[in-house]
Design a binder for this molecule. Sequence first.
Ligand code: HEC
Ligand code: HEC
Length: 372
Amino acid sequence: MKRVILGVVGAAFLAVTATSMQAQSQPYVYTQEQLDQWPSWAYGWAAAPKPGEKAGPQAPAPHLPRPNEDLAEQLRMQTVPGSSAQYSLVQIRDGHNVVDWFPQDHPKMPNVAEHGPASLDSVRGRGCASCHLPNGKGRPENANPAGQPVNYIIQQMRDMREGRRYTADPRKVNTPTMIQLAKAMNEEELLESAKYFASMPWTPWIRVVETDTIPESHLEAGNMYVPVHGSTKTEPLGNRIVESPEDEHQANILRNIRSGWVAYVPKGSVARGRGLVNLGGARKTIACATCHGTDLMGSGDTPGIAGRSPSYMMRQLWDMKVGTRDGLYVDIMKPVIEKLTVDDMRDIVAYLASLPVPSAAPKPVTTARAAN
Ligand code: HEC
Ligand code: HEC
C-alpha cells in the first residue's frame, strides 16, 4: 500500500527511570487511503495535510498591546453580562496571567492553571486555563479536561511527555505547546492541575443541531470555524461537523467562560451514532458504556465522553486510529475503533455531543441562530 511521509515530529523521550534524555523522532507516515478520508474539519483545516506542511512553534502568549491595533481600544476596560470584573483586551490575551470573569463558577485556580509551570518564564509560560479556560471546559481546538478522572489526566500528561501522545495533523500548533507545558511541569504541578480539573463536574456546554446548511463560515487563525461577519448567506454542511461559538465576541474575543458552543452535524448522524454507541453496530465496535459508564460520563479511571466537543473527540479517535495517540492505555480502545470508518466516527461523536449532561452549574449562554 502506498505510504506518504508528511514530515517528522521531534519528541524528547524522557525515560522515567533513566536520568539521561534521549531525543526521539517520529515520522508522520500515512497511507493514501487515510489521507483521502482525513477528517480535516476536526483539526480546523479545509483539506488534509500535504508533505512538508507543518506547524511553526506557537507564538509566545502576548503581554503587550498589538502594534497593528488601536492602542486605546486595547486598553479600554471590557465587561461581560453578569460579572463585576473588568479587563482590557491586553489582559484578556495575556496567557501568563489568565483573567477570571466568574471566580464563583470554579474552585480557586492553582498557580499552574493561572500562570503556567513555575519552571517557565513569563514569555513561555502559559496558564492551563488560558486554553482550557478556568472552568476546564476548553474549546473545540484544544481539550476539555473538566470532570475527567485524576489518574486519567495524569496519565495523559505522562503520555505526552514521553512522546506517546501527539496530534495526527503536523499543522496543529497548540498540541506541541501543550506537550511543552506537560514536560515543563514538576510532579506537584502535575498533580495539582489534574486534581483541579477533575474537581469540576462536566456540565452542558455544546448545543447540537442537525442540519444540511450552516451560516456561511470561515476558518479563523485558531483553526476554528466562525460565521462570516455580517453574512446572511448559508453554505452546505456536507459530511463535516462544524463547531462554532454561540457568540463569537463573548467566547473568542472576551473569553467569557459562560459562553457556549454550537455543533452543526449532518442530518441523521445522531441516530446512526446512537446505534453504534449503544449496540456496537452489529459488532462493528464495542458498546461504549461497557467502559465509559452507563451514562458515558466516565467510570473509574476511564474518561467521560458525553456532551463533550465533537471536534476534540473526533481528533482523539482519528489520532488513535492512525497511531499518534498511543498512550499506555490506548490498546484498550483499539478493538473499538479498528473497523470504524471516518463517517462512523463522525456519527458517534455527533451523538455523544448531543447527550444530555447533568446541569450543576450556570448554563452556558445560548443565542439562537437561524439554521435549518
Ligand atoms: C496552548 C494551549 C494549551 C495550554 C496553555 C494547555 N493546554 Fe492542555 N491541551 C491543549 C491541546 C491542544 C490539547 C490536545 C488536543 C488535541 O491534540 O486534539 C490538550 C490536551 C490536554 C489534556 C488531555 C485531555 C483529555 O481529555 O485527554 C489535558 C489533561 C491537558 N491538556 C491539561 C493541561 C494542563 C494541566 C495545562 C497547564 C499546565 C494545559 N493543559 C495547558 C492545549 C493547551
Ligand atoms: C474496553 C473498554 C472501552 C470501550 C468499550 C470503549 N472505550 Fe473509549 N476509552 C477507553 C479507555 C481506557 C480510554 C483512555 C485511553 C487513554 O488512557 O489514552 C478511552 C478513551 C476514549 C476517548 C478519548 C477521551 C479523551 O478525553 O481524550 C474517546 C473519545 C473514546 N474513548 C471514545 C469511545 C467510544 C466512542 C466508544 C464506543 C464506540 C468507546 N470509547 C469504547 C476504554 C474503552
